[in-house]
Write a protein of this length. Structure first.
Length: 142
């Protein structure tokens, strides 16, 4: 019994050491400064991430009743104020849950998306699979 325990312990130490060495090497590679590019071409030039127009007074209305329970759906309405300007509003949801270690693609379950100001429908499109881009066309409550 002692020999089997010592053998298991020896294998554990070897595996732990290998894991530590591999993770340390990865950290060193990540910390190494990047070599500067000789010339930046437009195709390789990094683009700045899109930024949303600022919003305020955010309100969520969540609806769930016997009719939506039978369909296994939840109705969510979000409203907010946006200032004057031409910048679009970006609404995004995460693609994954921390600790799950998998892409869940929650956006695939959203249907019936719309954006309105009063009775007027606003133009919107998808900036990426998880982000909706709304063109407010001026200040107001969306």
């Amino acid at each position: 019994m002692i020999a089997a325990t010592e053998d298991a312990m020896r294998r554990f130490c070897v595996c732990s050491t290998l894991l530590l060495l591999c993770s340390s090497a990865g950290a060193l590679v990540a910390q190494r400064p990047a070599t500067p590019a000789k010339t930046a071409t437009p195709a390789r030039a990094a683009t700045a991430p899109a930024r949303s127009a600022p919003i305020s007074n955010i309100r969520y209305d969540v609806g769930f009743d016997s009719a939506t329970a039978a369909r296994r759906t939840v109705q969510v309405a979000m409203s907010f104020d946006v200032g004057a300007g031409a910048a679009p509003v970006l609404l995004s949801i995460p693609a994954w849950t921390p600790g799950a270690y998998e892409i869940s693609n929650f956006a695939r379950w959203i249907s019936g998306f719309s954006a309105t100001v009063g009775d007027r429908t606003l133009f919107w499109d998808k900036a990426d699979p998880d982000t909706w881009r709304i063109r407010p066309a001026g200040a107001g409550r969306i």
